[in-house]
Design a protein around this ligand. Structure first.
Ligand code: UTP
Length: 479
């Protein structure tokens, strides 16, 4: 329609929306000036209306749209590679570590961080990656990740390319934050924006956030592949001979952004995509699960589980479905390329959220609770397209403490405590006496910079090499 006169094009698009029962999008048309009209038309044009209508129908009539994660299927827990228990296991893990390090020495690994979420539950103004999280220095999540990458760059003698996915809603602020902080010393950093999908009300009507603006929302963590491949980043990786992409969520400062064990197992098992899994702690915990469904490992969001499935226990009293998603992944470059071009059906989750919207008079709706539906593709659903995948168990206390909520579980406070417990544990391992409570929490703040060590193994090595050990007390910072 590019060559059509604007009025004709606008009319055709409005008719198209009318056919799909979405004419309300243009209800303020007569109030708009030329500039506003062309803005609205450009946005409307970018929407894949047949696809969105399918998602809307699936939300309004769920019983007619069962997908693989529908709860009536019989699930058992998905098999995963367990943490080492025996000496034989230890040597397997050691082999993986060596293989992972070889890939890192050869410059085969890049890092991808997804940071396009809106942090609705946290309610923090600004990109979540800019949130100060470390106990002593209050370093931001972005800085923690950057220092982990710099640690690996120094150790393996290569610059590591860091790709960061933002969304339209936080892109500019993210860029400015990195500019202000000189990219935290990272040389090769690439930002790209994920796609958007319109939010709808509970009747399936596309919402406006201003008279001339549709309420467009980030398309979920699963939007990463299309955006990444669309930005030609796979070509850059191919040119650099990078084969492995270590991908994590921005909200978890404990994550090993670069983990030789995980990379090694991924290579050994010829996996297309690999996940770290941790044991689900209690039935109501809000974590997605890996399950075995009709002989295939599948991902199920916690919202799609029936209460009886979430509560079921094995004879030893452990949760039957317990392989939780830690949001830590490794993808093969070639598989990412395939995902980026994939246009077939993948589940789309409808999340009830607070979204910007206006009322029939064009005034902003002041809503304190969810007022609309946001459609999201979920990254682990791509499992359905993998021919080889791997689940690798991790220790929760070492790799997982996400910041999701303002208070209570998975909040800044729990994350602060989890970091302290981990640092205290490392220090105890090298013989430092630290008073801790029954949960391992010390009574004061300490911090170990990822520039010193970003995991226990590296910490033990580095500590042993220090000729003069620091005195540890309240406020100690080790770098
Ligand atoms: P969550 O699903 O926990 O979402 O994201 P969130 O935005 O952080 O928080 P809520 O749900 O709005 O409260 C898990 C990871 O996926 C990224 C987030 O930035 C986080 O790193 N994500 C999520 C995206 O990059 N884009 C999205 O559209 C959604």
């Amino acid at each position: 329609m590019e060559n059509y006169p604007f009025e004709e094009k606008a009319k055709a698009i409005q008719e198209h929306f009318e056919c799909y029962g979405q004419s309300q999008v243009f209800r303020f048309w007569n109030d708009l000036d030329g500039y506003q009209r062309s803005h609205l038309i450009r946005q409307a044009e970018s929407i894949d209306l047949p696809k969105i209508s399918e998602h809307i129908r699936a939300f309004l009539f769920p019983e007619q749209h069962k997908n693989t994660s529908a709860p009536d299927k019989t699930f058992s827990s998905a098999p995963y590679l367990k943490l080492p228990e025996t000496e034989a296991d230890q040597s397997l893990w050691e082999e993986a570590y060596v293989q992972g390090e070889a890939a890192l020495h050869a410059g085969k690994v890049a890092v991808l961080t997804i940071a396009g979420g809106q942090g609705t539950r946290l309610g923090f103004e600004g990109p979540k990656g800019t949130l100060g999280v470390t106990p002593v220095h209050r370093k931001s999540l972005f800085q923690v990740f950057a220092e982990k990458i710099r640690f690996a760059e120094k150790k393996y003698g290569h610059f590591i390319h860091w790709f960061i996915m933002t969304s339209q809603r936080n892109h500019e602020e993210t860029i400015q934050f990195f500019k202000k902080n000189h990219s935290f010393g990272i040389q090769h950093i690439h930002f790209f924006q994920q796609g958007l999908m319109p939010a709808v009300d509970f009747h399936g009507k596309i919402l406006l956030e201003a008279k001339d603006r549709i309420s467009m929302q980030p398309d979920g963590s699963g939007g990463v592949f299309r955006a990444f491949v669309g930005g030609s980043f796979v070509n850059i990786l191919q040119y650099l001979n990078v084969e492995i992409i270590s991908l994590c969520h921005i909200d978890n400062p404990l994550v090993n952004v670069i983990d030789p064990y995980f990379i090694g197992f991924h290579i050994q098992q010829r996996s297309n995509l690999s996940f770290r899994t941790i044991p689900k702690q209690y039935p109501e915990e809000c974590v997605g699960l890996f399950v075995l469904c009709e002989g295939r490992t599948t991902f199920v969001e916690y919202t799609d589980l029936l209460p009886e499935q979430a509560l079921a226990c094995d004879p030893l009293g452990r949760l039957k479905l317990h392989a939780a998603n830690a949001g830590i992944y490794i993808f093969d470059r070639e598989f990412v390329q395939k995902l980026g071009h994939y246009d077939g059906p993948l589940p789309c989750h409808a999340a009830k959220k607070k979204v910007p919207a206006i009322d029939d008079n064009g005034n902003p709706l002041a809503s304190t609770s969810a007022n609309g539906i946001k459609f999201e593709h979920c990254l682990p659903d791509t499992l359905a397209l993998a021919s080889h995948s791997l689940l690798l168990e991790g220790k929760r206390e070492e790799i997982f403490s996400p910041i999701k909520n303002a208070h209570g579980t998975d909040s800044p406070v729990t994350c602060h405590h989890d970091q302290l417990r981990l640092f205290a544990h490392w220090l105890t391992k090298v013989g430092v006496e630290i008073p801790v409570d029954a949960s391992g929490l010390p009574p004061f703040d300490i911090e170990i910079s990822p520039l010193f060590a970003d995991n226990e193994r590296a910490f033990l090595e580095k500590w042993a090499s220090l000729s003069q050990k620091p005195v540890i007390g309240a406020g100690t910072y080790i770098e």
